[in-house]
Unconditional design. Structure first.
Length: 440
């Protein structure tokens, strides 16, 4: 079978960085003549881009592998490829437990993976150099046509004690700012209205280069390209300076601040190999709100980290309430093999960690409801994503304070083309994390 006769479908799991990896692999395959099809269609190949970050993600990835192999046994697909973080982390285990997977690959050397799929020739993963794509790599887009993710770096040097990412993805390495700008310009020419910058630590962008560059300069350059929205995800709060905040003043850059605090008690943060405390985080939030009155803050926290006492958890809850963080995500601690936190003393019972997570999410719900009430009857910019499956004549999308996938949706009672730039709408009601409104 020639590449032009080969079809390939993708299942992309995990974070937005994985989404970009899937799109790069798809672009490489398309460039070789392979036809990319929907994951709901029969295909010669199904490629599962796995996540191996925490236990629940690993279980989801393994479930998708079983599902793909069932389709292979039933003749719906001919071949199965497994790539991404789970296979990078557990390559030998997957080889032993899933002998019917045709290609097992990690996170590097996507060119060789694409060649093996396109030509149908055997290939064995191992020993590949750390990979970092740039503007010269072709990409397909799996997002709505007016939104695109651009990865500005790969890997991480934070060495948080709970995180396996450095072991999976390697050391932090930034793309050249010019490469990011050139890729972004091509996205804008394709009609993309929202550019979402992603990284394991966006605040650290460019500091590892020679000569060094910084996030504010990148934002300034991107702001000249005409995007309606430029959204930055994953700002390490310990590294957010006044200079970094100044970068958010450029045209098009949204006052949306994604700050994964993880906790607020100093002793726990030190055990996590993180810096900061409740007071410094509160000062940062106050500084953001002074500089950007319409700012929306998102953060994530870990409950049940080893050594978290009931008092420490109460301090976290108090901070979450008093800071009025609009969007809070919480994860019960997942002990991951190969990380320092796996063997820490004073482990918290999993059921206690989960109960604490649920309590923190109750605070999250209250904060979100307060924010939603605050914006009732206000005019907001709305980026359409597609027709609503719930009611004819309505459009689903997001307002500027809603990042893709994690912050809910907005439902507008009008037909708005999904290729449209943001339009002005009035928020009239809400239910949980779904806002509703009408065009102004």
């Amino acid at each position: 079978m020639t590449p032009s006769e080969t079809t390939c479908a993708f299942v992309s799991l995990g974070c937005f960085k994985n989404t970009v990896d899937t799109e790069v692999l798809g672009g490489l395959l398309a460039g070789m003549g392979v036809h990319i099809v929907s994951p709901y269609e029969d295909a010669d190949w199904v490629v599962i881009n796995t996540c191996g970050f925490i236990q629940t993600a690993k279980e989801e990835s393994i479930g998708e592998i079983f599902s793909a192999l069932e389709k292979k046994a039933g003749g719906q697909v001919r071949h199965v490829a497994v790539t991404g973080c789970l296979s990078e982390r557990y390559l030998s285990d997957l080889r032993k437990n899933f002998p019917d997977v045709d290609l097992l690959w990690g996170v590097n050397d996507p060119q060789e993976l694409a060649r093996a799929i396109a030509t149908g020739t055997p290939a064995v993963y191992g020993g590949a150099a750390p990979f970092l794509y740039d503007h010269t790599h072709p990409r397909i887009l799996t997002t709505p046509p007016n939104t695109a993710f651009v990865k500005i770096s790969e890997g991480c040097d934070m060495n948080c004690s709970f995180c396996a990412i450095p072991a999976i993805r390697g050391a932090y390495r930034s793309r050249e700012a010019e490469s990011v700008v050139r890729e972004a310009a091509a996205m804008r020419e394709r009609g993309v209205a929202e550019l979402v910058l992603i990284s394991q630590n966006s605040t650290h962008f460019g500091r590892d280069l020679t000569p060094p560059s910084q996030l504010p300069g990148l934002l300034q350059a991107l702001s000249t390209l005409g995007f309606d929205w430029i959204r930055v995800l994953y700002l390490m709060p310990e590294e957010v300076s006044e200079e970094v905040l100044a970068g958010f003043s450029h045209p098009g850059v949204l006052p949306y601040f994604d700050l994964p605090f993880q906790h607020v008690v100093p002793t726990l943060l030190r055990r996590m190999h993180r810096r900061g405390d409740a007071e410094s985080f509160a000062r940062l939030i106050s500084s953001i709100r002074r500089s950007f009155p319409e700012a929306v803050i998102r953060s994530t926290f870990i409950t049940g980290f080893p050594g978290e006492t009931e008092d420490a958890f109460r301090q976290l809850c108090e901070f979450a309430r008093e800071s009025r963080i609009e969007r809070i995500g919480a994860f019960a601690f997942s002990p991951e093999e190969g990380t320092p936190a796996f063997d820490l003393d004073n482990q918290v019972a999993p059921e206690d960690a989960q109960n604490r997570r649920e309590e923190l999410m109750d605070i999250s719900d209250a904060n979100l409801e307060a924010y939603n009430r605050r914006i009732l009857e206000t005019a907001q910019w709305f980026l359409p994503g597609g027709p609503s499956p719930w009611e004819r004549g309505t459009t689903l999308g997001r307002i500027a304070s809603q990042a893709p996938e994690v912050d809910g949706l907005t439902e507008i009672h009008a037909d708005i083309p999904m290729t449209s730039a943001p339009v002005r709408v009035r928020i009239s009601s809400f239910r949980q994390n779904i806002l509703q409104g009408e065009p102004t």
